[in-house]
Design a protein around this ligand. Structure first.
Ligand code: CA
Length: 403
């Protein structure tokens, strides 16, 4: 079968066309690729062969030049790519630049600038509150319904899917321990999230308005915010997450452009507290995305978190993270926060799925509270497309190795 003929129902058909960066066997050269079914199109080489004006944006070792080019260019490039893989008269010219996915190596698709992680699932925040503050009158902190809580993470340890994750060591101290001890984390966890990739920068001192989200954000990916709960619990007061999170954050190799997700836009949950004007999206276009996430440990699905349940939207998160005048850079990445739905099997962390280890998961290879060395965690997702089609998100997977 020619590579253009993507099977009916393939979530990576020409309606999707996510972007990545790849190299071919025997060559160190990295270049932008676009996924079509189980092939990758060398987008820059195809653009050159077709005399496209976008060759300069696509024949690049990272997505950053395309990210910086802005909304009009993103839409034009996507339109051109769609033509190249769907219009029969282009096939002969484009075919030499389609490579089977197993024959290429996928790389981190963009140079990560700043990395921010939010905490925007009400179900997740309430679960964490119930676990760690069982005596509190409200499982949410007083600020939660008024602003999207976040923290700055470590961009230099963002890694692409398939990168092994070394079990971190650090200090931990249970409340009953007389003194802290040092050693490998014994409560290593996942956080199933969606990451948003900023393309167009903003000027320092100038907040980005809620309505300008799509002018700045290029697309999204799946993100696993690996978390060492024991290190985190001992270090986080009063300044928040530090070494319990900064050892690794995994992202999928494919960045799905927002333009591929038009049919997945949904209204966020009802706002129970009126947001301040800069966060008020009551009159805005639907800011949520209907992404159906799946979490698997060693191939066994343990949870299916629904992204549509997120209380704060990506547009609100962007407005909030710039409201003080902090500027955006091309390649900024911000995580949604752990995605947890209302049902038990919709929780996006082992902390919640096992209720802090109280209720172990039963896997085919034994019980799990937190991750063991050798465990492979895979997040995958799809979104509704036009006419019943599915838009696949690139999976993010990682294996735990001993430190
Ligand atoms: Ca997180």
């Amino acid at each position: 079968m020619p590579p253009f003929e993507v099977p009916e129902g393939d979530p990576f058909g020409p309606h999707n066309l996510p972007y990545g960066v790849f190299s071919r066997a025997g060559s160190p050269e990295r270049t932008v690729g676009v996924r079509l079914g189980d092939h990758v199109l060398d987008a820059g080489a195809a653009a050159r062969a077709l005399g496209s004006p976008y060759a300069g944006l696509l024949a690049q070792p990272s997505l950053n030049p395309l990210l910086a080019a802005g909304r009009t260019a993103w839409t034009d490039v996507r339109r051109a790519l769609t033509e190249w893989v769907t219009v029969p008269s282009h096939r002969e010219a484009v075919a030499p630049f389609l490579h089977p996915l197993p024959s290429v190596t996928l790389h981190l698709p963009f140079e990560v600038a700043d990395y921010v992680d939010f905490y925007s699932s009400e179900n997740h925040a309430r679960n964490v509150g119930r676990i760690f503050r069982p005596d509190a009158a409200d499982s949410l902190t007083p600020n939660w319904k008024h602003l999207p809580i976040g923290y700055h993470g470590r961009s230099g340890t963002v890694v692409v899917s398939d990168t092994d994750v070394v079990r971190p060591s650090g200090q931990r101290k249970a409340p009953t321990d007389p003194a802290p001890v040092f050693g490998p984390s014994v409560r290593l966890d996942i956080e199933a999230e969606v990451g948003f990739v900023v393309g167009v920068p903003s000027r320092m001192g100038q907040p980005v308005a809620l309505g300008d989200f799509r002018e700045h954000v290029f697309g999204l990916c799946l993100l696993n915010d690996w978390s060492a709960r024991d290190i985190q619990a001992w270090e986080y007061v009063p300044l928040g997450p530090f070494l319990g999170k900064s050892f690794a954050t995994s992202v999928s190799a494919w960045i799905t452009p927002l333009d591929a997700l038009e049919h997945a836009r949904v209204a966020p949950p009802e706002r129970t507290h009126p947001p301040l004007p800069y966060l008020d999206d009551s009159a805005a276009e639907p800011g949520g995305y209907d992404l159906r996430i799946s979490v698997a440990i060693n191939g066994h699905v343990v949870s299916e978190p629904p992204f549509s349940t997120m209380y704060w939207t990506a547009a609100q998160q962007l407005a909030h993270l710039t409201v003080n005048g902090a500027s955006l850079r091309t390649g900024d990445l911000y995580g949604s926060g752990t995605v947890s739905g209302p049902a038990e099997r919709e929780r996006g962390s082992l902390l919640e799925l096992t209720w802090n280890g109280r209720d172990p998961l039963e896997l085919p290879d034994g019980k799990r509270t937190f991750l063991e060395d050798g465990d492979v965690v895979t997040l995958s997702a799809w979104a509704p497309g036009a006419d019943g089609a599915r838009v696949g998100l690139g999976e993010v997977t990682g294996r735990i190795v001993s430190g």
